[in-house]
Design a protein. Structure first.
Ligand code: CA
Ligand code: CA
Length: 189
């Protein structure tokens, strides 16, 4: 009963359950939301079409996230923000409230490390600030002097070994002291 209507069978769902922070029921819910973003593609290509970045950005839960485009790029295999269901599910799992703090920190580090060299340096932070302080969204602006001061403060605060950039360990240490930082990296579908 109901077997034929499910996008994935029980053993596939069990596998997704193992790979994510979701239950089988939640996996199916995430799939339903994925399919709703591009119903025509799902009709044509079956349960696992590749959706474009623009299609995934239609998800209302991502609308307010300043890092949404960057998040999609980091989680897409090709780095262009396009993703199939597995990549989408992985992203949603790490964004879910069930993901532990360590996962959120790991996630945030990847998002902030724009040039993907394993360190968050001044250049990366310049980009982070431009994402966070978007006048159109927050009404706030910072002069470049103010931006540089914020970046200096962040590096001073987090750079435990004083080499001028923030390694994953520096970041992990600093972030676990910050209350509520993970709110930027949380989506509930
Ligand atoms: Ca970097
Ligand atoms: Ca350092």
């Amino acid at each position: 009963m109901g077997q034929g209507t499910s996008a994935y069978d029980q053993s596939e769902l069990a596998e997704f359950q193992d790979l994510t922070y979701f239950t089988k029921r939640e996996v199916l819910h995430v799939h339903k939301r994925f399919a709703e973003l591009a119903p025509e593609k799902v009709k044509q290509h079956g349960r696992n079409p590749t959706l474009t970045k623009e299609e995934i950005l239609l998800l209302p839960e991502l609308a307010a996230n300043p890092f949404k485009e960057r998040i999609l790029e980091v989680f897409s295999d090709a780095g262009d923000g396009n993703m199939n269901f597995e990549q989408f599910l992985d992203m949603m799992s790490q964004l879910s409230s069930k993901a532990p703090l360590e996962t959120k920190i790991d996630f945030a580090f990847k998002i902030y490390d724009f040039n993907e060299d394993g360190q968050i340096c001044e250049n990366d932070l310049q980009k982070v600030i431009l994402f966070l302080v978007q006048p159109a969204v927050t009404g706030a602006t910072l002069t470049s002097d103010e931006r540089n001061q914020v970046i200096k403060n962040v590096i001073n605060e987090m750079d435990m070994d004083d080499d001028g950039s923030i390694s994953y360990l520096d970041f992990k240490h600093g972030m676990s002291k910050l209350n509520g930082f993970e709110e930027s990296f949380k989506v509930t579908l």
